[in-house]
Write a protein that binds this ligand. Structure first.
Ligand code: ARG
Length: 572
């Protein structure tokens, strides 16, 4: 796609040869107010070079660029040169890109580079709750964004299937377990045992000791412990997969923490050999006080490994196995300090690729009654949230179209209901904390997923109404952009032009909400265009131009929603 900013910079460079193209690119601004043009060039920095007042320089360059077909007009205002682009030209550039749906917003910058992304990674035998939605949905979107930029992305689910909590779970099962209950509703049943364990352990601290021993056995090949643990794992994964299926999320690897347990002795030995391991109250740690970080815990006093030890092995494994260009962890901001420690230890181990490890944090979800707490049984199940959203969508659709066919209602309700929850999750900058409110998740008005999906369906409906032949014509002929210069059309066209750079920006910042915001803007701009102007007019040239713009907006919304993992229905 033609890079408009660069084109402008080239033209200015031809007039102000003392500045490099890069310098000019940096100085160029996009004014807040459209009245000041599409781009502005402040001339302060040229004053020294030309020994002239900035306004005079601005005036001078403006005059020289006046007749360039790229611009409708160029004005000098104080020290600024304000440039108004030729709208038809911008329309041509933007539409050409947007109508090529397969390549629009995509690139090959990542060709030959592998990115590992660790996301979702729930803990086995624990509920898959509303707190997990963030890593799951944000991680999936970051995967889609990098995939669109041509990277080879490996999605890995670092299941929390190891650690002392399994000692507790197995103990609880042995004391109070009932196999039938577990098979019927595994997660909720196991959760109730886990909750009970904590209540009982407060009265009888012996239980904790028993749990510790049980985990020790699990880690050292105890047959019965391994059998029970494996059973819990399989049941849990089955439940998690139900939710992943609902959201259309897949993984390339489910390499949980337990997979690395064999590698523990090697890692511990390596840390010893490299002189990094220190004893502290019977435990082994890596001292990080030189870096203002708390010590990293490697083994407990009884020799059992810890979360961090397993993550060290995991990182090494990923480097060996995938030779990653980046190794991304989408994990809550509570673990920010932990990841600093982890990456520092890798660096001290002499791995220069430690710098390619990235923690992508996100804020907390709280409930109106207070924080989520698995131990206290205060959880909102993700599956329930998704099901409720689908149910509510069904009701809305039935209300609006009493005669609609139930099968198609079910299908659309799934796309819209689940899409609404996922979109909502990706609307705000990821680092913000928020309080989960049913009302808000189930609110489909305003800047929501259903609104954007509805706009997509509206575009589809306009194209259907125009008829196949007319659409074919609109897409095969050069766009008659002189019909697309009204305010509403031009606003939309500018947004369509920006879309690919928005995707790039979202990738650079690991921030899907940048895409979300932009497609909301596009949907709003299209709806304004739809209300302000007649699309299916008599004049065929005008009609095809407007249909091309409609198809372009539809592509932008569909491609944008796809990056969020949200479906774009043709009808709603
Ligand atoms: N299971 C962990 C949790 O729920 C998240 C794991 C994140 N990934 C990692 N490699 N540490 O907190």
């Amino acid at each position: 796609m033609v890079n408009i900013k660069e084109e402008i910079a080239k033209r200015i460079a031809a007039q102000a040869s003392d500045l490099t193209l890069e310098q000019i690119m940096q100085i160029l601004e996009i004014p807040q107010d459209q009245k000041m043009g599409d781009y502005a060039f402040p001339c302060f920095r040229l004053a020294k070079i030309y020994h002239k007042a900035p306004p005079l320089i601005a005036k001078d360059i403006a005059e020289k660029l006046q007749d360039d077909p790229m611009f409708e007009k160029v004005e000098q205002v104080n020290a600024y040169m304000n440039m108004f682009l030729d709208k038809e030209k911008v329309a041509e550039i933007a539409l050409q890109a947007a109508l090529d749906k397969e390549h629009y917003g995509k690139s090959e910058e990542g060709k030959g580079k592998t990115i590992v992304i660790d996301f979702s990674s729930p803990n086995i035998a624990k509920p898959f709750h509303i707190g997990h939605i963030r890593t799951t949905v944000i991680g999936n979107s970051i995967y889609k964004i990098y995939d669109a930029l041509g990277y080879n992305v490996v999605r890995t689910n670092h299941l929390g299937d190891y650690g002392t909590q399994f000692g507790k779970m197995i103990c609880a099962y042995r004391h109070w377990g009932n196999d039938e209950d577990i098979e019927r509703d595994p997660i909720k049943t196991l959760l109730s045992y886990y909750t009970k364990f904590h209540v009982e352990a407060e009265k009888d601290p012996e239980l904790n000791e028993e749990a510790r021993k049980t985990f020790y056995k699990l880690e050292h090949g105890g047959e019965d412990e391994i059998r029970i643990w494996k059973w819990f794992s399989d049941l849990s994964l089955r439940e998690f997969n139900k939710v992943y299926d609902m959201m259309g999320i897949e993984f390339d690897a489910y390499d949980g923490e337990s997979m690395y347990s064999d590698m523990m002795p090697g890692v511990i030995q390596e840390l010893k050999d490299k002189g990094l391991l220190q004893e502290s109250q019977g435990a082994n740690v890596v001292d990080l006080s030189d870096y203002d970080l708390p010590p990293a815990l490697i083994t407990k006093s009884d020799g059992t490994s810890l979360y961090c030890t397993r993550d060290l092995a995991t990182a090494e494994y990923r480097k060996d196995h995938y030779d990653f260009y980046k190794n991304i962890y989408v994990v809550a901001s509570q673990q920010t300090l932990y990841f600093k420690q982890l990456f520092k230890v890798l660096e001290l181990m002499g791995y220069d690729w430690a710098k390619d490890c990235v923690h992508v944090p996100f804020g907390m979800v709280a409930l109106e009654e207070g924080t989520l707490s698995t131990r206290k049984g205060r959880v909102v199940f993700l599956e329930d949230v998704l099901n409720k959203a689908v149910e509510k969508t069904k009701e809305i659709i039935k209300e609006k179209n009493p005669n609609a066919d139930p099968d198609s209602i079910a299908e659309v309700a799934k796309e819209v209901g689940i899409g609404a929850v996922m979109f909502n999750e990706l609307s705000n900058s990821r680092i913000k904390d928020y309080v989960f409110k049913w009302d808000q998740v189930l609110n489909f008005d305003g800047e929501t997923g259903p609104y954007v999906q509805y706009t997509h369906a509206r575009c589809a409906s306009v194209l259907r109404k125009a008829g196949e032949d007319m659409v074919k014509k609109a897409l095969s002929e050069p766009v008659k952009s002189k019909y697309l210069t009204g305010d509403a059309a031009y606003e939309l066209i500018k947004l369509l032009y920006q879309y690919p750079s928005v995707v790039q920006d979202a990738a650079d910042k690991y921030e899907p909400s940048i895409v979300t915001r932009h497609i909301i803007d596009i949907a709003q701009a299209y709806n304004k265009f739809y209300h302000d102007e007649h699309i299916l007019v008599e004049d065929e040239d005008e009609k095809t131009a407007k249909l091309a713009l409609t198809a372009a907006a539809k592509n932008a919304i569909a491609n944008g929603l796809a990056l969020l993992g949200v479906k774009a229905p043709e009808r709603m």
